[in-house]
Design a protein around this ligand. Sequence first.
Ligand code: FES
Length: 73
Amino acid sequence: MEDHELVCYCDRVSKGEIITALEQGARTLSDIKRMTGACSSCRCKELNPKGRCCSQDIALLIKEYLDAKTGLC
Ligand code: FES
């Protein structure tokens, strides 16, 4: 996934914006919501091509970021 690609389609938040929030100290979904506005509008079935909320995708990005930061696979 490229940094410019959208993760949250409802609020039009990209992967890069989420990574920036992580770099600025975000560690939870609530942090990401507060810092980027992602996962706030909840028109997911209509706007997200996956037909579901982006929360799982954001949680995965948080995990991948923290795993990479701590040297875990
Ligand atoms: S895709 Fe993020 S709130 Fe709908």
